[in-house]
Ligand binder design. Structure first.
Ligand code: HEM
Length: 457
């Protein structure tokens, strides 16, 4: 182990100072700046370096950045940290006692029980449904011609998640479910958790209750029949002792999966469309790969595996536009990192976005360059935990394969069948909360590739 990341409790000496930074005003700390300033983290990192302290969401928090910090938090010293104590209270209340906030044995057991819905056979069965839903939305957008992609994409990823995860059917009111979800997400970072019907937080609580009720109805509808969606698999799966998840456990886990499974994917898909819209040469190469695959009928897992250039692009989108800025943890054992002391009961956040800007790992990190992930370069392999858009270690994103599949199917259909152009005069500044997205929502013109165009890419 490197000398400067010693963390045994015996090495924690009172002489070690706290990380640099400021705690701001009592109670409020720097919460307002954190929520409103997209450059909050970068400004402080410039001033104080890759580890600094602040006070946000009512908690003393240390931000840490870089591959070594990621490895420390996500893997080598994972038992110094608690997810349950890390995620802000709003998350705990709105998303319930789900995988996100569980630790130790409870987490291990639940993760195992959720796993079958995200691996192997289950994934193979999701391809056709994903393709059908995505094709439906693409042809709807083609008719609209001018659209704002972010909210539309959210509806699409939400429909995919609710059909494949909950077994929702076309008769269910997906738009209403999506609206409730929007209200729920808006409450996650509400500064003042006021419980009133008119407040952001009050609306989020009401939306949570409607969604849990809907999930309960879905569970009851299934009864004892065998179903192939994630909810069906969750009901059927048993642990080694033959125990299954209780109905209440299934309800909150399903709510978390819906949340984790569509907000993040929406963000990455919109960034994908924006990046390719800005880089016609990369777009042309991606399209060439798609055409060379000779896909005539439906997509298959085998075909998806052959899309190696598309994989590089998706990795580069993950690096330059990570949907989630970082992960919160509660400190359960004090430690020293890089010579700085972090006390018990403080919060630590690993910074995904700034780790992806490390010049020691990534050449010209500001540049969108999918070739950095080509077989010859593979820059992310220089240092473990340098690319962490999906987290890392034993709690690596459970839905990684699901999300990759969805993004590839979307990209393949879009590249083969459509042309799009980013409309002028819009604000593409990136806002980080709740997930990364261009402020304007990405306004585009989308047309079928078959139509004659004056300005084809
Ligand atoms: C582009 C899409 C996605 C991105 C960027 C993403 C990102 C992440 C990240 C960064 C973490 C770790 C958070 C931390 O360390 O604090 C995580 C965990 C998780 N993700 Fe994803 N995610 C995506 C899609 C999905 C999907 C589709 C699902 C499920 C349907 C999902 C379910 C989860 C779950 C359950 C965890 C917690 C795992 C655990 O604690 O064991 N994610 N994801």
């Amino acid at each position: 182990m490197k000398k400067h990341i010693k963390a045994e409790e015996s090495s924690v000496k009172p002489s070690n100072s706290l990380p640099p930074g400021r705690l701001g005003l009592p109670l409020v700390g720097e919460t307002i700046q954190f929520l409103l300033d997209p450059d909050f983290g970068d400004k402080r990192e410039k001033q104080y370096g890759s580890i600094y302290k602040t006070n946000i969401l009512g908690r003393k928090t240390v931000f840490m950045s870089g591959a070594q910090a990621n490895k420390f938090i996500l893997s080598s010293h994972i038992d110094y940290f608690s997810w349950g104590k890390g995620w802000p209270n709003n998350f705990q209340e709105l998303l319930g006692r789900s995988l996100f906030v569980q630790d130790g044995e409870e987490h291990k057991r639940n993760r195992k029980l959720l796993m079958p819905a995200f691996h192997g056979q289950a994934l193979t069965k999701y391809v056709t449904t994903m393709e059908q839903i995505i094709s439906k939305y693409l042809s709807r957008w083609e008719k609209q011609k001018n659209l704002t992609w972010f909210p539309q994409m959210k509806q699409m990823t939400f429909e995919i998640a609710s059909v494949l995860l909950l077994g929702s059917s076309p008769e269910d009111n997906i738009e209403l479910l999506a609206k409730w979800f929007g209200d729920l997400s808006n409450g996650l970072f509400a500064i003042l958790p006021i419980r009133a019907s008119w407040s952001k937080y009050g609306k989020a609580l009401a939306a949570r209750d409607h969604l849990l009720e809907y999930i309960e109805q879905q569970i009851e509808k299934k009864g004892s029949s065998v179903q192939e969606d994630a909810l069906g698999l969750m009901i059927q799966t048993r642990d080694e002792a033959g125990r299954s998840l209780s109905k209440e456990e299934i309800k909150v886990q399903a709510l978390l999966l819906l949340f984790a499974g569509h907000e993040t994917t929406t963000s990455m898909l919109v960034s994908f469309c924006m990046a390719l819209g800005k880089h016609p040469e990369i777009l042309a190469k991606a399209r060439e790969e798609q055409m060379a695959l000779g896909i005539e009928r439906g997509l298959t897992l085998e075909k998806l595996k052959q899309m190696t250039y598309l994989e590089q692009i998706i990795k580069e989108v993950e690096r330059l536009y990570p949907p989630v800025g970082g992960g919160f943890r509660g400190v359960v054992k004090p430690f020293v990192f890089n010579g700085y002391y972090v006390p018990k009961d403080w919060i630590v956040t690993y910074r995904i976005n700034s780790s992806h800007q490390d010049r020691n790992v990534f050449t010209n990190p500001q540049q969108f360059d999918p070739d950095r992930f080509s077989g010859e370069r593979e820059e992310h392999k220089k240092m473990e935990y340098s690319l962490v858009g999906f987290g890392g270690g034993p709690r690596f994103c459970l839905g990684y394969a699901f999300a990759q599949m969805e993004m590839k199917i979307f990209a393949s259909l879009l590249l083969r069948n459509y042309l799009w152009e980013i409309s002028p005069n819009q604000d593409l500044t990136l806002d980080a909360i709740p997930t990364l997205h261009p402020r304007s929502g990405l306004k585009v013109q989308l047309v079928s590739k078959e139509l004659p165009q004056n300005n084809q890419h």
